[in-house]
Design a protein around this ligand. Structure first.
Ligand SMILES: C[S@@+](CC[C@H](N)C(=O)[O-])C[C@H]1O[C@@H](n2cnc3c(N)ncnc32)[C@H](O)[C@@H]1O
Length: 178
């Protein structure tokens, strides 16, 4: 039987993933970042430590991302609620029109019909598989699925680059096959 998910899909991102994401983001420090599903604030804190100006909001503090009509910043970094992840991408890139977006996501985000449609509409600039798994749902035992990361820069028109990251700086890097 499927276990009930936490209210608002509150599953803090494992710090190993937060740290790699912040470390490898390579976004300009002068452009502020919005973390719109900030949970316990761990991404906000890690990005600030890396020198970014960051604004954190969350539905648990009264700000529903889907009610937002003006983005707080033109760059977003978050781990959104997965049960609304497609809506999240549409709202961020379509309705709000942010320039940069980076999200933690399921590793099979693009591997279905809806995924293909959305990939064709909003092709990310980078898609990242992670070479390790975390028990981010807190169910115990060996995790049966891995997380991934999708990154967009809507001001750059170039094909998505596929990457595989390890937990350290020594990443294995594969260019997407032509
Ligand atoms: C998977 S958790 C991730 C939390 C945090 N971003 C992190 O990386 O640890 C998803 C977060 O989304 C928030 N959330 C869910 N629905 C939301 C909504 N409609 N608007 C804003 N935040 C929402 C939850 O409260 C929760 O903190």
């Amino acid at each position: 039987m499927q276990k009930k998910r936490n209210k608002f899909d509150f599953y803090p991102t494992p710090m190993s993933i937060v740290n790699e994401l912040v470390h490898r983001l390579n976004w300009p420090k002068h452009s502020p970042i919005w973390e719109p599903c900030s949970g316990d604030g761990r991404m906000v804190e890690a990005l600030r430590k890396d020198g970014h100006t960051v604004y954190g909001t969350d539905i648990q503090n009264g700000q529903d991302f889907f009610d937002t009509v003006q983005p707080i910043a033109s760059s977003i970094v978050t781990n959104p609620p997965f049960y609304r992840i497609r809506e999240f991408i549409d709202h961020a890139l379509g309705t709000l029109g942010v320039e940069r977006l980076a999200i933690v996501c399921p590793e099979r985000l693009w591997a279905c019909g809806k995924g293909l449609d959305q990939f064709q509409k909003f092709e990310p600039i980078r898609f990242v598989n992670l070479a390790w798994r975390e028990d981010y749902l807190g169910r115990g035992g060996a995790p049966d699925r891995a997380l991934a990361i999708s990154i967009w820069n809507m001001s750059k028109k170039q094909p998505c680059r596929f990457e595989v990251w390890d937990r350290t700086d020594q990443s294995t890097f594969f260019e997407q096959a032509a």
